[in-house]
Design a protein around this ligand. Structure first.
Ligand code: NOJ
Ligand code: MG
Length: 588
């Protein structure tokens, strides 16, 4: 009797085991696409749109954008078809790094408005069905934050809120020597002497941005309170700034090794991606998970293996996604843009991404030049199409939907500290001002950005041609194309379908999205700077049909003979320079 029970028991265990193995295999075949038992989360349903509040809309005429200026343009946000609006920092700040230096994490800077304005903004975006994500800047505060002033004065618990160190020595002029060779991301030593305290403090960015000390429990608690404060106000998540710098090695006497080829370069083994950083991120994830459906997207520029660690794994999830900056980095200018490069950079993310995680694609942001200027005006639509139609969350920086271009900024007008510190001869290689100029709404006074007569950065002279109103009125425009593609993205194929890459070479890039029981789509991009007739069968990785149906083509296209719905032949597809087209494949 006993024995037959044991036998039956073993059989049940074996049976359950097989079921588990089959389920795991099937779900891993589906990869990123079916990992949520309870349906897609909001960030999986559509794009993230980054608003740089200083430059989006100015409601009070002072020349700097503000929260009510975002409210005034919420129709635009809604019409774009994105799901999430991420606001770059809006908190109280001396603006040395334009809001990435925060002096009060729980207050709105008056330049942007009031807490009431903030609540109005959240209500207005939510009413329009949009989610609101705030920029969380935990690595450093402003040096004018009261925590820093108190820390500098060694006041009670605040004493260790920042990373303080004794001078290693004093030189012959009695000038203190920093404890180690660590460098600031913005150049120069990462250590600043405080005469008040008689010690150095560490700053990964500007001296006005001292790094908080995450080995201190009070600091960890303060930052959790910040997260709770905004979550309780109803925000839908956070973009976490500069997270790889959160924790530094405990031993501040350690020098970072220099690069053998370039002694100016350090290998940041003591200042980035430290094990404790992941522990802190885990605590933040647990905190946001106590609320309903909140997102954590983290900013990490690093090697792919390190970036992927920020996803965590199935049992210990960390960020919902670290931003994928590899497209930005790999496709830095037109000479590096070819079909292979696009295929490789896309595969890089998909191949390295841990099981069950969700991809994302970033083409631009407030720290990098405009797509039209880096890669060519002709490529704007095609690249928007690629990021909008790949599996994962597309991230669009404000103005990219109308193909805004970098603005020339004179030395006198330069505001970005990263530009200023390089001086008049070299600021242009470093300044981030060109991609931060005011949003171009129309061809009227100040491009419709402000009623005032000045703006914090000059408006691009091309606003009369490149603006939202003109593109709304045109039959074909970047904006119309963007909106059309976000609509198409709602099809099941794009939500859940797999991706394959049939043909790519120096001048052509293509991918197919397909899902059983639903139409398949083929996206094709001519990355060349000349018009071409492409034979997609040539060098294809698998058999393609002879013909397909045109769904949409770049607004730059002159191929009026191939309007939407017309038939095109895949052995002779005519594309203008930089053109992207989306084709529907015949059902077989
Ligand atoms: C990344 C932000 O995107 C950038 O604008 C800022 O200067 C640094 N982090 C420092 O906060
Ligand atoms: Mg740090």
């Amino acid at each position: 009797m006993q024995r037959s029970y044991m036998f039956a028991g073993a059989f049940v265990v074996l049976f359950v085991g097989i079921i588990v193995i089959v389920v795991v295999c099937v779900s891993s075949m589906n990869g990123w696409k079916e990992h949520n038992a309870d349906g897609p989360k909001f960030w999986e349903q559509g794009g993230v749109y980054q608003v740089y509040p200083r430059s989006f809309g100015d409601s009070d005429g002072d020349g700097t954008g503000d929260l009510m200026g975002v409210v005034a343009h919420s129709d635009h946000l809604k019409d774009l078809g994105v799901v999430t609006v991420w606001l770059s920092p809006i908190f109280k700040s001396p603006m040395k790094d334009f809001g990435y230096d925060i002096s009060n994490y729980m207050a709105i800077d008056p330049i942007f408005g009031t807490m009431d304005d903030f609540e109005r903004l959240v209500a207005s975006l939510h009413r329009n069905g949009l989610k609101v994500v705030l920029d969380f800047v935990p690595n450093h505060s402003s040096n004018l934050h009261e925590w820093f002033t108190k820390s500098e004065a060694r006041e009670g618990n605040y004493t260790d809120y920042y990373v303080w160190a004794e001078a290693k020595d004093y030189d012959k002029n009695n000038t203190p020597i920093p404890p180690n060779n660590w460098m600031s991301e913005f150049g120069g030593s990462a250590w600043e002497w405080s005469g008040i305290r008689g010690q150095f403090y560490y700053h990964q960015f500007l001296a006005e941005q001292p790094d908080l000390n995450y080995r201190n429990e009070h600091v960890k608690e303060e930052m959790k309170n910040v997260l709770r404060f905004w979550l309780d106000k109803g925000v839908d998540g956070f973009r976490v700034d500069a997270v790889k710098y959160l924790v530094e090695a405990q031993d501040l006497n350690l020098d970072e090794p220099t690069d053998s080829d370039n002694p100016e370069l350090l290998h940041h083994i003591f200042t980035t991606n430290q094990p404790e950083t992941f522990q802190i991120l885990r605590e933040w994830r647990e905190l946001v998970d106590k609320y309903h459906e909140k997102v954590l997207m983290v900013e990490v520029y690093s090697e792919v293996e390190d970036v992927m660690k920020y996803y965590g794994n199935q049992s210990v999830p960390l960020a919902h996604f670290p931003f994928n900056f590899f497209m930005l980095e790999a496709l830095n200018n037109r000479s590096t843009l070819n079909g292979y490069a696009l295929k490789d950079t896309i595969s890089l993310w998909l191949d390295y991404m841990p099981e069950g995680k969700w991809p994302n694609w970033v083409l631009g942001n407030h720290d990098n030049g405009r797509v039209a200027s880096r890669l060519g005006k002709d490529m704007v639509d095609a690249l928007n199409m690629v990021v909008l139609l790949l599996p994962g969350t597309p991230v669009t920086y404000n103005g990219e939907e109308i193909g805004m271009e970098n603005t020339f900024i004179s030395w006198e007008d330069t505001r970005d500290p990263e530009g200023c510190r390089w001086g008049p001869d070299h600021y242009q290689e470093h300044s981030r001002d060109p991609e931060r100029t005011p949003m171009q709404w129309n061809d009227g006074h100040m491009a419709g950005f402000t009623n005032g007569n000045n703006t914090w950065l000059p408006i691009n002279a091309n606003y009369q041609e490149i603006n939202v109103a003109a593109q709304k009125n045109a039959t074909h425009s970047h904006l119309k194309f963007y909106q059309h593609v976000t609509e198409i993205r709602q099809e099941e194929t794009f939500k859940r379908g797999k991706v394959t890459f049939p043909t790519y070479d120096d001048s052509t890039f293509s991918f197919i999205r397909s899902l059983e029981g639903h139409p398949s789509y083929l996206a094709v991009v001519n990355v060349a700077t000349v018009n071409r007739t492409v034979n997609l069968h040539l060098g294809a990785n698998f058999q393609l049909p002879d013909k397909a149906e045109m769904v949409i083509h770049s607004s730059t296209s002159v191929a009026k003979e191939t309007p939407s719905g017309s038939t095109v032949f895949l052995d002779s597809l005519t594309l203008v320079a930089g053109e992207g087209v989306l084709l529907k494949l015949p059902e077989d």
